[in-house]
Design a protein around this ligand. Sequence first.
Ligand code: F6P
Length: 232
Amino acid sequence: SVMRDIMGIDILERQLQKRMGIRKVIVVPGDSDQSPWVKSELGQATAHSMKNLLKSKNIIAVTGGSTMAAVAEMLTPDFGEKDLLFVPARGGIGEDVKNQANTICAIMADNTNSRHRVFYVPDQVSTEVYKSFIKEPLIYEVWNLVKSASMVLHGIGDAIIMAERRNTSQEDLHKILEGKAVGEAFGYYFNEAGEIVHKVLTIGLQMDDLKNVGDVIAVAGGASKAKAIRAI
Ligand code: F6P
């Protein structure tokens, strides 16, 4: 649009695309830390991108957080003309109910007249619990769906804010601080060089699985997330 031209957004998008080596960058004007409506704009832009990428059959894995909740608000019944199944990307990971992937998937399905599945597994499980959980048929079934996702939608957070928002143990908090983590996505904490310094053990999509996913859409905004976005 003319407005985007005047603001130089198209140029900025192309520069970022090249610098970060990613397929497509969409910039939304404003700072969502300062103006809450910018988060809705992020939701709107995401919905628009999603729509262009949908195939006839889609399994869409979604993470939690308030940004993903804003995306859910922007999905409309016409999306449901395609076959959509929403699944949480990973188990709980300690969010408020309204910001949990399970809740967000339910809203996304509701708004698009589509289906969703839930992943009722606790966040931050122990290794023993993890091993026995994945043997549960119902959990195993959803886990397989998640692993065959055609699209992933995920949020990005500041590492320390996320560690505090979840009930992170003192030991893990120490690891996150010691590793100088700046960003978080999917339960993985990254330092400024983009290296993983800590990983929350939970069931669902792992970082390695992403390379099998056709379309990965990361959505984040706010000046406070700049370092986090760059790290991821
Ligand atoms: O906990 C789920 C999650 O997607 C995190 O991986 C991410 O850091 C965070 O939520 C983003 O939350 P918000 O959109 O509220 O900043």
